[in-house]
Design a protein around this ligand. Sequence first.
Ligand code: AMP
Ligand code: GLY
Length: 428
Amino acid sequence: MRILVLGSGAREHAILLALKGEEDGHELFAAPGNAGIGEVAALVPTLDPVDPAAVTEYANAERIDLVVVGPEAPLVAGVADALRERGIPVFGPGKAAAQLEGSKAFAKRIMEAAGVPTGRATRAHTRAEVESALDAYGAPYVVKADGLAAGKGVIVTSDREAALAHADAYLGASPVLIEEFLSGPEVSLFFVSDGDTVRALSPAQDFKRAYDGDEGPNTGGMGAYSPLPWLAGAFGGEEEFVAEVTRTVAEPVIRQLDAEGTPFIGLLYAGLILTEQGVKVIEFNARFGDPETQVVLARLATPLSSLLMAAASGNLEDEPAPQFAEAAAVTVVVASEGYPEAPVTGREIHGIEAAEAVEGVHLAHAATAAREGALVATGGRVLNVVALGNTFFQARDRAYRAVDALTLDGSHHRRDIAARVAEEPSAD
Ligand code: AMP
Ligand code: GLY
């Protein structure tokens, strides 16, 4: 197949690596891509991924068989609608269904209509409404911007002044959401859907805070691992957990969107918290998660293109359930100095070959460009080291050896990704 992937991050690099690794050789294209993506796909840097007409023209002229949309911005801009109108298969929901991610208020309404378990929330338009909602729910406070904010529109804090200041930054331009604080481990679970049938991928856990020990500001994600061995304790195992969330969350949401005339064709990302009162949804995204995709696809043992094409063309029912390797997968994000507040860009990266030489390791580039023979960082999250191992201990050891082989002045990364699941082998 001739496949075009829209986007320029490590998630898109991971998607392209999975497609590249299939037995059927595909012709791969990426717009705009980055330096690492350029090694697996033909880059189309002049194509604007958020311009519906331009993407459709390009896909048509280049006889693209399938378009895969990586980030949310093209979805919210209506790129998938334009492609579908032209009869070009696309993996990604239309503008209306993408509101599941684009508007937290829309997501709450759909969840309520579909009977999906989630925390209580209040939409506040004024300072006074914010204050009364904060006091009604009590600390810790959860304040969210009601729009796309690249994972950075949320604050969770026990400091009432900080919660108010966060709300003030958005009020006026848009209302804010004050939510009940939910306590428990978080799980990211992805579902592929053709608007009707749903197929779950293997769960992952993401590390959203910038620093070790879940300290510091929220980011797009600093690392992830998959699978989640501790699901065995609470749920009997991954299979039981996935079946329950499919039944209580994914299927009702997909049915509700279909009933409203806005079928969801693409990747439904359920951000879940396992509370003592059961599994609750904290957010939906309308696209693959980043960095979770890097670990989930590293373990995928069935062809990704078949799954995405079946969803895009409405044939998911005939597609076998995706299979995953038993292996442990860990990814660690290397970020630029100043990320997430004010990342310093343009600095040179060294040690790529040494990092990739570590057994079981590959790199997914998040924000890199080739400049005058050197590789430079062009954004906040720069590289993902992805490591596979027989155990989490082995995968982490490999990941951090590769991280340590990389140099980028001022960069930072977390040292505790997957630490709690990686038991050191005993001496005997
Ligand atoms: P979101 O952008 O909605 O995914 O929120 C980002 C992160 O903030 C989540 O991954 C959680 O760690 C945290 N968070 C969001 N909403 C809540 C909530 N209601 N209770 C506790 N933590 C939350
Ligand atoms: N890793 C969080 C996200 O993709 O939104």
